[in-house]
Unconditional design. Structure first.
Length: 220
């Protein structure tokens, strides 16, 4: 008995889906403290939560920019033949043209830290931009109050003067800057949080610098 064309086509499609894979990569900005860029070998393969935190002035930080740039994306058929190639660069984390968002995960080790997003400064290419808005990402109930279990995860606005009142708690903060995202291949990107995250009796945070980091990942 002959196999009908429609059935054959379906079988080919199923085999194709089962055998599809791909690889993609590009550039991102990796944050560090100090004047000497770190050795970034092996960092691109680490999940973001596994990367070492920045430690300074009574707190731990993780700082990322939404300027991760995908420079290639290749889909493979049966893991060998190119099925689709996308060479067009894409800032896939940035969804708002003309805005750069800096994500800041903060864990205070001493009390008294205050978040002042409008005092933050983003610098690159001999230009400086002050923060235009600040947010906290967490679970919120229907009344907009913090929820510990059931609740909706979203970004809530935070104005200057937001107190990080719980020592040891991880605060998921972010700051918007009114500028298109800087290229992750730049070597002069800085974020100054010395006035945006401060506490009594703690020295000011040093500038946070960024080094270009090439990333790549495979997928099926």
């Amino acid at each position: 008995m002959r196999t009908r064309p429609a059935v054959s086509l379906c079988l080919l499609l199923l085999l194709g889906l089962a055998g599809c894979a791909g690889f993609r990569g590009g550039w991102e900005s990796f944050a560090y403290l100090g004047d000497t860029p770190p050795d970034t070998r092996g960092l691109a393969e680490l999940p973001e939560f596994s990367r070492p935190p920045l430690v300074a002035s009574g707190l731990e930080l993780a700082v990322t920019l939404d300027n991760s740039l995908r420079t290639y994306d290749t889909h493979l058929y049966l893991f060998v033949l190119p099925l689709y190639v996308s060479p067009r660069p894409v800032y896939f984390d940035n969804r708002t043209p003309g805005r750069t968002r800096v994500y800041i995960t903060v864990t205070p080790r001493v009390p008294g830290f205050v978040f002042r997003p409008q005092q933050a400064v983003l610098g690159f290419a001999n230009r400086r931009f002050t923060g235009s808005a600040g947010f906290e990402f967490a679970q919120w109930d229907a009344q907009g109050k913090a929820a510990t279990q059931a609740g909706r995860w979203e970004h809530q606005p935070r104005q200057d003067g937001f107190v990080l009142g719980e020592v040891g708690r991880r605060y998921l903060l972010s700051i918007d800057f009114a500028t298109p995202v800087p290229s992750p291949e730049l070597h002069d990107i800085t974020v100054d949080l010395s006035q945006a995250l401060s506490a009594p009796d703690q020295p000011p945070l040093p500038p946070i610098r960024f080094v270009p980091l090439r990333w790549k990942q495979g997928y099926t």
